[in-house]
Design a protein around this ligand. Structure first.
Ligand code: WTA
Length: 637
């Protein structure tokens, strides 16, 4: 494979300049040299950012799975593609070679076809981190079906709304999932979801935990017997570069989650290029990203990016604290992991534990450390650098989003000098820009602005499923002609970017994006609740936690407050998922509102943070007296 050689800063700047001056040449060189296409594109790029219309590699024909698997078979057939590390360390590790992965994906592709899945159909995947999960993704892509993975921690309501948004006919799930010393009955969540009217005709069930489950006749089928019977050859479908590859939901600041649509050609080129540039794979490396495939990081950097580069990628079913807080270090030691990619939340949680968990493991094989999902604070950065990297392995703090497809701003290990809390420089091909409130470009240093990207890149999402208007309004309207990220950032004197956090009503809790509006909607459905406002506040481990201000219905009935808090959190867990539960709930007699009826969240945020210094202009408040009450009864700790 050959990408641009970037082994020092000079080469970086050269590649960067070229990518800005001639983006089409830059990307077509990468696309041409590193992949197998059935037919080359007629044109590299067509775009109109004001309408959010972007197409890459127009009329190019390909199959991404041929690029992930088939083309490696000659030279790497016996190399481990997926190294499966089960939840229970006593259970043997599985080394799935490229050859075996090929067979498993072909069989699964044949099963899906047999169940009536055709090119363009949407398939919902609700699975834990077991080999069937990447196999299912790749099988969909092989037959040209569009996969939509729903994180297996989401509730039945979240699952059914995603299924119906896409009209999925087939759902792939498992009986249960293992998490530490617990097991979860996933199938019962599916059954609950499918009590509502849905488009699902068939549910294919993986046997993972052996839990007793209900199988509905005519609808539910065990997957294994079907795989056993399926032929092990399958001719990959010829797809267009702009055909959708998958849909993945991300929270918005308002309304229901957005089904981001990624297309095949651009996403393939972008994830492969960024994986290569950032993680610099060598032949005998073992690469490990600890994300869940239910999120974009797992899609791009557990499945597609590594496999496109013929790498060995670790698939870890468990959690960092089971059987003890040394599990990550144990896995690194056991499999001689060379690149390790995780989230600041995990780092902060593990940094609290006794150093002996880490010290009795050999981590010397690690060459590159990655961080993703939220800003990494200075303390966590140093702990990661000192104790995991032993000051020998560069940390790449990678900034990007579900909508971006792959890493956008990050230091290139061994090339870009690192600076804690700075994601540093954009990758060649990425053109960021900071904008002020008056939509002017910020040229100065150390001024926080809205982070935009002013030129298309191949990995960008093309639309929101079924709602292009919302796509335009959410991302391309605030700063016409540019993609607006929703993040704030600043730049230092050498051009390094530091991401300061969301500037909208999305809160990142333990690296998970949560829109506050959908949580409020869920709470407001509780019969005792009149109104609610949710804000984020800084939290030592999770980065941010959720603080809810709730007014109750005046029924006259006095309820036990702690019970009510529990019920409300239960309500959130069943409507969205346990990750969206509130850390603090304050019952208030009213919410601070402007005369036009808008809740003044700025004040609520400050109170949640415990910062009473300056509430700013409160003259437009209808009920200024409420601020004192809320402040006095703030929940500490
Ligand atoms: C945040 C995850 C600071 C950011 C890949 C972004 C980060 C949101 C970083 C996207 C980072 C991600 N530094 N903030 N290195 N990486 N973010 O869609 O606010 O789950 O907008 O994609 O996470 O989260 P998403």
């Amino acid at each position: 494979m050959s990408y641009y050689k970037i082994e020092n800063l000079e080469q970086y700047f050269k590649a960067y300049k070229k990518s800005v001056k001639s983006p089409e040449v830059f990307w077509s060189d990468i696309a041409e040299e590193n992949f197998t296409w059935y037919k080359k594109w007629d044109k590299v790029l067509e775009y109109d950012l004001t309408k959010a219309e972007v197409k890459w590699f127009i009329n190019g024909k390909l199959n991404i799975v041929k690029n992930c698997i088939d083309r490696h078979l000659n030279k790497k057939g016996d190399k481990t593609a997926i190294l499966f590390e089960p939840n229970n360390p006593e259970e043997p590790t599985q080394h799935i070679t490229y050859m075996e992965l090929h067979e498993r994906v072909c069989k699964m592709a044949n099963v899906l076809k047999d169940q009536g899945v055709k090119k363009g159909d949407r398939v919902c995947i609700y699975l834990p981190m077991i080999p069937e999960l990447p196999v299912a993704l790749l099988a969909c892509a092989r037959i040209g079906a569009i996969h939509s993975v729903v994180f297996a921690g989401f509730s039945s309501s979240a699952l059914i709304s995603r299924i119906n948004d896409l009209d999925c006919k087939v759902l792939i799930t498992s009986d249960g999932s293992f998490r530490g010393n617990k097991s979860l009955n996933l199938k019962s969540i599916v059954d609950e979801a499918l009590e509502k009217p849905s488009s699902i005709e068939k549910v294919l069930v993986v046997n993972r935990t052996g839990t007793e489950i209900q199988m509905k006749e005519g609808r539910d089928l065990w997957l294994q017997p079907l795989l056993d019977k399926a032929p092990k050859d399958h001719v990959a479908e010829v797809m267009d570069a702009e055909d959708p590859l998958f849909i993945l939901y991300t929270s918005g600041s308002t309304g229901k989650p957005k089904g981001m649509v990624h297309t095949i050609g651009g996403y393939m080129v972008y994830t492969a290029y960024t994986f290569q540039t950032i993680f610099q794979p060598k032949e005998n490396d073992v690469y490990w990203c600890t994300a869940d495939i239910g999120w974009i990081t797992g899609h791009s950097y557990i499945v597609y990016g590594p496999l496109l580069n013929g790498a060995t990628t670790v698939l870890f079913e468990g959690i960092p604290s089971y059987p003890d807080h040394g599990r990550f270090w144990d896995v690194i030691d056991k499999h001689k992991v060379t690149q390790f990619y995780t989230a600041p939340t995990a780092i902060r949680a593990l940094a609290r534990e006794n150093l002996s968990y880490i010290e009795n493991h050999d981590l010397s094989t690690i060459r590159i450390l990655g961080s993703v999902g939220e800003p990494i604070n200075e303390e966590a950065w140093h702990w990661y650098n000192n104790h995991v990297g032993k000051k020998q392995s560069p940390i790449t703090d990678t900034w990007w989003q579900t909508e971006n497809g792959g890493i956008m701003i990050a230091p290139i290990p061994y090339v870009t000098p690192t600076k804690p809390t700075y994601a540093s420089l954009p990758l060649p091909g990425v053109q960021p820009e900071l904008m002020d409130e008056r939509r002017n470009e910020i040229e100065d240093n150390q001024v926080v602005g809205s982070l935009c990207i002013k030129f298309p890149w191949p990995g960008m999402a093309r639309t929101i499923w079924g709602d292009h208007k919302r796509f335009v309004e959410t991302y391309f309207t605030a700063f016409p002609g540019k993609y607006f990220t929703g993040d704030g950032a600043l730049r230092d004197e050498v051009g390094y970017y530091r991401i300061t956090g969301r500037v909208d009503d999305v809160v990142i809790v333990s690296g998970h994006n949560l829109g506050t509006a959908p949580i409020e909607d869920a709470i407001n459905e509780h019969p005792a609740v009149a109104e609610s406002a949710i804000v984020g506040y800084p939290h030592d481990i999770k980065g941010n936690a959720l603080y809810g201000y709730i007014t109750l219905m005046e029924t006259g009935e006095v309820r036990d407050r702690d019970n009510l808090r529990r019920e409300i959190n239960q309500h959130i867990a069943s409507h969205i998922g346990p990750i969206a539960k509130l850390d603090k709930i304050q019952f208030v007699s009213g919410l601070p509102k402007t005369r036009s009826g808008k809740i003044m969240r700025r004040i609520l945020r400050k109170i949640a943070e415990g910062d009473f210094s300056n509430f700013g202009d409160t003259s437009t408040l209808l009920n200024p007296e409420i601020v004192e009450e809320i402040k006095d009864e703030r929940i500490e700790g």
